[in-house]
Design a binder for this molecule. Structure first.
Ligand code: ZN
Length: 216
């Protein structure tokens, strides 16, 4: 059996994290997130972790070379023998080409794009409310029992900086700039599955499973 590698793409708020986690559990494949890998290196205070912490402190981006090093190291672990799922990587066409250079010709790449209109992204993210205790709510889809207060600890809820409408719009522009050429490349080189991300989590997952079966 060739190694199966699943790549998930979608704007912020598309629910791609939820869907990729479920695929990971059901297919018994590790879900690899660059964000988590970076946090792990910082926690264990590795040389790379210290370098990354310094960059983030200075407000700089982690370079593609560093990400490459991190991914390569992670893909050498045994749990990726049957395949793996990538979340948050590759971010652009350059990173996708870089990933390809780490894979074998026999590896099967399946790219999944979860599509949701800009308006829906803004609705979803701007309605999100968080608490310092880690609980998250949504004013429409998952409201707290008392408006503005956390069900768990009673503290006042707030809007994350990233979820303010003007910031969301900027995140969307950034996503489109980076993902446009990436999706085009994925579409030309592999099978790209496009999923309607406006349905319920259950419905999206069913749709996704069906489409993945057709890939086999
Ligand atoms: Zn709380």
């Amino acid at each position: 059996m060739p190694k199966h590698i699943y790549l998930f793409f979608g704007p912020p708020g598309s629910g791609k994290g939820t869907q990729s986690d479920r695929i990971g559990k059901d297919f018994k494949l590790p879900v690899i997130s660059t964000g988590e890998l970076l946090r792990h290196e910082e926690t264990i205070k590795s040389a790379l972790g210290k370098r990354v912490a310094k960059l983030i402190d200075q407000g700089k981006l982690v370079s593609d070379a560093t990400i490459h090093e991190l991914i390569k190291q992670r893909l050498s672990l045994k749990d990726t023998a049957k395949g793996f799922i990538l979340d948050g990587y590759p971010r652009d066409a350059e990173q996708l080409k870089d990933l390809m250079s780490m894979l074998k010709k026999t590896d099967k790449i399946i790219a999944v794009e979860i599509k949701i209109p800009d308006k829906e992204v803004i609705n979803r993210l701007s309605g999100r409310r968080v608490c310092d205790c880690g609980a998250t709510y949504h004013i429409v889809y998952n409201p707290p029992k008392v408006a503005g207060r956390c069900d768990v600890c009673g503290k006042k809820l707030y809007i994350r900086h990233d979820d303010k409408p003007e910031i969301i719009k900027k995140r969307l522009v950034d996503y489109k700039l980076a993902s446009g050429p990436l999706l085009k490349y994925a579409h030309q080189a592999h099978n790209l599955i496009s999923i309607d991300g406006t349905a319920s989590v259950e419905h999206i997952y069913e749709d996704l499973l069906k489409r993945l079966e057709n890939q086999e």
